[in-house]
Design a protein around this ligand. Structure first.
Ligand code: TYD
Length: 134
């Protein structure tokens, strides 16, 4: 089992021209990527997430700007400040997560190991706590 809020260092190549960051499956992303999506233009004060997944594994990277993510496995909680395009956070299955404090320029890029499936979501915290105690 992965550590709650595990940070993944991506490969960062920087020179006088600027930066280039690499995320390779197996080397940085610990699964085969089936879907990529990104959250952008988040309005001030908005909080997103408020769900867990039954099986989905994801890695989220703030490729621009910053935001906070609270991860909660039902026992422990941790808060991660995503503020580097060179690092991602692993969001395992059965982890309730909430994103907040998006900077205006935040682009949160997410790699996922499954296609979108609403049936994989747990969108109520009560349902989450009973699911994880099974
Ligand atoms: P959701 O995962 O609930 O994002 P957040 O918790 O940040 O609000 O997704 C928001 C909406 O977008 C929801 O109706 C499901 C839909 N959606 C897709 O259709 N495909 C996707 O890959 C994702 C991530 C979301």
């Amino acid at each position: 089992m992965n550590m709650l809020g595990e940070i993944i260092d991506l490969q960062s190549l920087e020179d006088s021209r600027g930066g280039l960051v690499v995320a390779e499956t197996q080397r940085h992303i610990p699964f085969e990527v089936k879907r990529v999506y990104w959250i952008h233009g988040t309005q001030s004060g908005v909080e997103r997430g408020f769900h867990a997944h039954k099986a989905l594994r994801q890695v989220a990277v703030a490729v621009s700007g910053s935001c906070y993510m609270v991860l909660d496995d039902g026992i422990d909680q941790t808060t991660v400040h995503l503020n580097s395009p060179k690092q991602g956070v692993l969001i395992g299955p059965r982890v309730w997560h909430v994103m907040s404090n998006f900077s205006k320029d935040c682009v949160l890029l997410v790699f996922a190991d499954m296609h979108y499936d609403e049936l994989d979501y747990i969108r109520s915290y009560d349902e989450f706590t009973s699911w994880i105690s099974k």
